[in-house]
Design a protein. Structure first.
Length: 206
């Protein structure tokens, strides 16, 4: 029997994950059955179970990729030198995440899938551990970037780096939630809004 190439195995795994993600985006994690996934990808049960033990395994894999995509988007946006200001950085992250279609889904469906992943961590210790580890890594990476802002003299010295990092992450998360719920969020709007807030003269207000 001829050996199946790794490229073929990877492509089949990708096919299953993308099909499952589309099902989950349409019907939710708990409203989707394995039969729905099999129908979506057009494969037999044996072919799918070769890669994934069941629905929970599929959810965990999709969750891991969703978290990884957020981190990768940040790393790509922050790799530019000199480091972009927060408004530009968040704009680049959200554009990278939601440029075009992902897994055959539009931007709103993609955002909705990410929000589902977050909510699923409230019931799954496995997902909570995956998301928690990724969040800590992302928070530390963003805090390092905040230190770059501080060294450049564009950030007040009395603001803890971790507080700024958490706020930047929360801003990106809020954008994803708005996109999922209302569908009218756009990276440019977020970027302009942040730029406006950054331009405030706090001395004049006080």
């Amino acid at each position: 029997m001829a050996r199946v190439s790794q490229a073929h195995l990877d492509a089949r795994r990708r096919q299953i994950l993308d099909g499952a993600a589309r099902c989950f985006a349409r019907k939710g994690f708990h409203g989707t059955s394995m039969q729905d996934v099999l129908h979506e990808v057009g494969l037999s049960a044996g072919a799918v179970y070769r890669y994934f033990s069941g629905k929970d395994d599929l959810i965990a894999a999709i969750a891991g990729e969703a978290v990884g995509s957020v981190r990768q988007a940040f790393e790509e946006a922050a790799r530019v030198s000199p480091s972009p200001t927060p408004d530009v950085l968040i704009g680049r992250v959200t554009r990278t995440l939601f440029s075009g279609e992902s897994r055959g889904m539009d931007r709103r469906a993609h955002a909705g899938l990410i929000v589902q992943v977050w909510s699923e961590t409230l019931r799954s210790e496995r997902l909570a551990a995956t998301l928690g580890e990724a969040y800590e890594g992302l928070r530390l990476a963003w805090a390092e970037l905040v230190e770059v802002y501080r060294e450049a003299g564009i950030l007040a010295a009395d603001v803890p780096s971790d507080h700024v990092a958490r706020t930047l992450i929360a801003t990106a998360q809020g954008f994803i939630v708005q996109l999922a719920l209302f569908g009218d969020a756009a990276p440019g709007v977020l970027e302009n809004g942040l730029r406006g807030l950054m331009s405030m003269d706090l001395q004049e207000i006080s």
